[in-house]
Design a protein around this ligand. Sequence first.
Ligand code: BEZ
Length: 259
Amino acid sequence: MTPPDGDDRNEWSTSRYEGSHSFVYEYGEDVIELLAPQAGERILDLGCGTGHLTDRIAESGAEVIGLDRSEEMIEEARSTYPDYRFVHADARDFSFEKPFDAVFSNAALHWIQEQDALLESVSAALRPEGRFVAEFGGAGNVSAIVEAIRAELATRGYSAETPWYFPSIGEHASTLEEHGFEVRYATLFDRPTELESGANGLTGWLDMFADSFFSPLSDAEREDVVSSVEERLRPSLFEDGVWVADYRRIRVVAISPGE
Ligand code: BEZ
């Protein structure tokens, strides 16, 4: 669940992630139900972060390998869960010696614009008729937050591209089909998500996840934009001392081509 580097997207900190953004993997428990891992299966956790969901999947008796492109996350995962194998690799270009029965991914795919490269790697990693089970941000995800950032940037003469891939069901299912997958299940739903750290929740979220919007700004401008974004969003997203982000999820189960 780490953005590709080589661009100006966020540098992730495991301590900030563990401390204030644990909801990311806590919500992932529902996706594990959709995966329905079985004892003896070989499963890849793509974008495993600090490995908590890898551990939850392994409770089923499956053999699970975690993969993430952040070395820091992988080191943390290895130190917390020394019994599992964690691999530092890029989801757009990886391969393994033995095929997997399933590839699982929670809250990672929206960081990857290059879905063709990703799906080629996933397809090659799965056995024939293996399953690909994923949840990530879908069309309209965090749109209120994005609109507020864009509006505040525009008043200061700046603009910024959205760094995320938030597809509709039609768009994503078509891409999966182009890669030979059969889409068995797809849903798009609103999941308003409480941010941790009370009144500081939105600032913390922006710092952790939305850094690239602010890269052209000086520190002072950034502070000003962030506080104006907060004021814009306060009436709609702040209630009883808690920020609630307008998350919208897409969940997909797709089966890889047969032999
Ligand atoms: C998400 O999980 O929906 C998300 C996380 C970080 C940035 C954007 C979206």
